[in-house]
Design a protein around this ligand. Sequence first.
Ligand code: NAD
Ligand code: UDP
Length: 320
Amino acid sequence: MPVPIENAGLKCAVVSGAAGFVPSHMCDRLLAEGCKVIGLDNLLTGTERNIEHLRGNANFEFRLQDVTEPFEIPGTVDFVLHMASPASPKDYLEYPIETLDAGSLGTRRMLELARSKGAKFLLTSTSETYGDPTVHPQVETYWGNVNPVGPRSCYDESKRFAEALTMAYHRARGVRTGIARIFNTYGPRMKLNDGRVVPAFVDKALKGEPMTVFGDGSQTRSFCYVSDLVDGLYRLLLSNEVFPVNLGNPREMTILEFAKTIEQMTGSRGGVVHYALPEDDPKQRRPDITKARTLLGWNPAVTLEEGMRYTVEYFRQLPL
Ligand code: NAD
Ligand code: UDP
């Protein structure tokens, strides 16, 4: 059910984090829908390679900009998407202060931009707001089980604060806002060395080395292909829903099962090697997507096997 941009009467989008993995795909989608896109990024964890194909596109403008610092965007803006934040555990453990700043100061500046332009605001929040969940699968009404002072708290609490700030701007300033709670997403343009399980396992498997399973591998995750996620984000952007909406693929598997899938797909004989489980690593994660299905008519369409084929192909082609 594509939602034509003409129906919304919206034309210009400002996307923070545009040189990152998911945001660069979102820029592609917005451009394909006929939008002009202004992408902001300080390249903390992203790379201009992700938007290289957009160089020369008259509807795309890139600005090297830290969104925690003051900035101005002239002219009309219809959409403001705040997607800037370190997102992999390795990245946010390396940049805890920057992560908290992106969720707090960065969210504030992007909300102010939306308010001053009368634009629709969308926040890319995360399933990490549920922490190590005691309710399974996770439904949006669950308030979560988060350690506020643990190593992951810089990310979890930054996003929880960002959600609270977004709701405050909606309630107190009348800004039209939306909040996506994104579950583990994968696909081309992920960094090979960002430490997340998809690139980490593919990297090892392609080298024929053992895949690095943390703990006994019984913890579960549910993996969503990036084009499905972007479709959900786009639908949410055009909807009137203010409260958080889960976006993710509900097919759940253990990390050991995921390693087996990669082994079969790549033909790797490296096997697995076990390392200690990181502190506060969530034991289970699966989105309840009833709300997105009902409200947005959204359903993930790409199977794990198909999505992983595209992803493995992407990593195979990367220069060594
Ligand atoms: P990413 O690291 O590839 O992209 C984030 C981008 O934000 C990077 O290009 C980085 O340079 C930029 N950035 C960081 N701080 C900035 C700042 N202060 N100013 C300007 N730019 C800044 O990560 P991603 O996986 O593409 O995640 C994108 C968004 O989606 C994040 O908000 C993340 O929290 C959210 N999310 C992603 C996933 C996932 O599985 N990929 C899951 C949940 C939520
Ligand atoms: N993981 C793993 N080996 C790796 C990287 C991650 O076993 O090399 C595990 C990690 O402990 C977690 C799951 O895979 O249980 C997903 O990790 P990721 O960093 O991709 O995302 P998270 O869901 O933890 O944010």
